[in-house]
Write a protein that binds this ligand. Structure first.
Ligand code: NAD
Length: 378
């Protein structure tokens, strides 16, 4: 079996597998082919891949011969490519038309953002490993753009009060943002619609602000659900109170497969102190503020809003390492003892992540979409 690793598009610094992970496959007598310079931006050079036993091959050779092709993004897959297995993060719930095209081409597509969020799938959970990095990087980015200190300081030249961070959404990214903000000495307040996260938030030294009457999300497989209009109104009132005191806002609220809830209005932003910074992690699904623009930085009055939807790329080395470990663990489910591709659709993880196979869209959550219901974000 040959596993091919593509070089990512220009905006991406990560790579699907580092050399250290390629060597694990090579030891199992799986051939690993990698496009020239695919790991360069993640500080993994071609020589390291060669030393690990991988071969440097052109993109055309990989497409022509590899059995499994790894690429984090959609990555210009040719419309002539047939009968291959692809694995990456393709956001199929927002890219129905592309999935349909890939199904018709006869590609078997595994989108790792669709893995079930179960205990067994945790070691393959690319959404968690990358959101963790995004949460960290969001705070570091905010600190570098904020014109004041984060920690409290008492100096002979005067005293500085600690920065106040407001975090909306305490999932994977939000919890890491809270922990990072606290480590830098900021005071942190947090909103989430799932009361279950209150204890975790408090254990990180942050204040959890409760809004009564959220919809029960206990049956949504670890994801949040949409809220009713009354809750949304009361939550907005409380956020409006908190945001006036906040210097930094990190927004991470998402409802899987849907447009992100708009939690911050232009009016709320106008009440923030000059120099404040908002990092909106939900930019790729519409954003949590009315003013967010995907992959752009905008100034609203004197408040900076950053909608960077590829923050893990800012830490390409560690982000690739964790992504690659997730991929390695997932590949174990696709490879038989003899080093051949074996797809066992009775495995809930294989079935859950599989979007297209045998000419059809096979994933239930994607199948119910159609061209008119596509909420594409690309
Ligand atoms: P997650 O599902 O673990 O967390 C989202 C949290 O938002 C949940 O705890 C949920 O309860 C909460 N939430 C939902 N609706 C809410 C509301 N109305 N008010 C308050 N909280 C609400 O997701 P995650 O893995 O932490 O990712 C968070 C966001 O970051 C997603 O939008 C994801 O796409 C994005 N992300 C961005 C980058 C980037 O580079 N910008 C990277 C990774 C992830």
């Amino acid at each position: 079996m040959i596993i091919g690793i593509l070089k990512e598009p220009a905006f991406e610094s990560r790579v699907s597998l580092l050399a250290e992970q390629a060597s694990v496959l090579v030891k199992k007598e799986i051939n690993v082919w990698i496009e020239p310079d695919a790991g360069a931006k993640a500080f993994c050079r071609d020589e390291e891949y060669t030393r690990s036993g991988a071969l440097i091959k052109s993109r055309e050779e990989i497409f022509a011969t590899a059995d499994i092709v790894l690429g984090i993004h959609h990555n210009d897959i040719p419309s002539t490519l047939k009968n291959k297995v692809l694995a990456g993060i393709y956001q199929p719930l927002y890219n129905y038309t592309l999935m349909l095209d890939w199904a018709r081409q006869g590609l078997t597509v595994f989108s790792l953002d669709m893995l079930p969020r179960t205990t067994r799938a945790q070691s393959m959970d690319v959404l968690s490993s990358q959101a963790n990095i995004a949460g960290y990087e969001a705070v570091i980015l905010a600190a570098s753009r904020y014109p004041r200190y984060f920690p409290m300081l008492m100096t002979a030249a005067g005293s500085i009060r600690p920065a106040r961070i407001l975090v909306l959404g305490a999932g994977v990214a939000g919890l890491q943002a809270i922990a990072t903000g606290r480590r830098l000495g900021a005071v942190v307040e947090v909103f989430d619609t799932r009361p279950a996260v209150k204890e975790e938030v408090m254990s990180l030294g942050a204040k959890f602000i409760e809004v009564e009457g959220a919809e029960d999300a206990s049956k949504a497989g670890g994801y949040a659900v949409e809220q009713n209009a009354d809750f949304q109104r009361r939550q907005k009132e409380k956020i409006a109170e908190s945001i006036k005191k906040a210097d930094i806002v990190i927004t991470t609220a998402q409802i899987f497969g849907k447009k992100a809830p708009v939690l911050i209005t232009k009016e709320m932003i106008s009440t923030m102190r000059a120099g404040s910074v908002i990092i909106d992690l939900a930019a790729s699904t519409g954003g949590n503020t009315e003013e967010t623009r995907e992959n752009a930085t905008v100034l609203v009055g004197d408040v900076t809003i950053i909608g960077d939807s590829n923050l893990p790329s800012a830490l390409p080395s560690d982000a690739s390492k964790l992504y690659g470990n997730n991929v390695l663990n997932f590949l174990q489910l696709l490879t038989g003892k003899a080093g051949t591709v074996e797809l066992n659709f009775k495995d809930d993880i294989v079935a859950g992540a599989c979007i297209t196979h045998d000419g059809n869209i096979v994933n239930d959550r994607v199948k119910v979409l159609n061209d008119s219901s596509v909420t594409t974000n690309k």
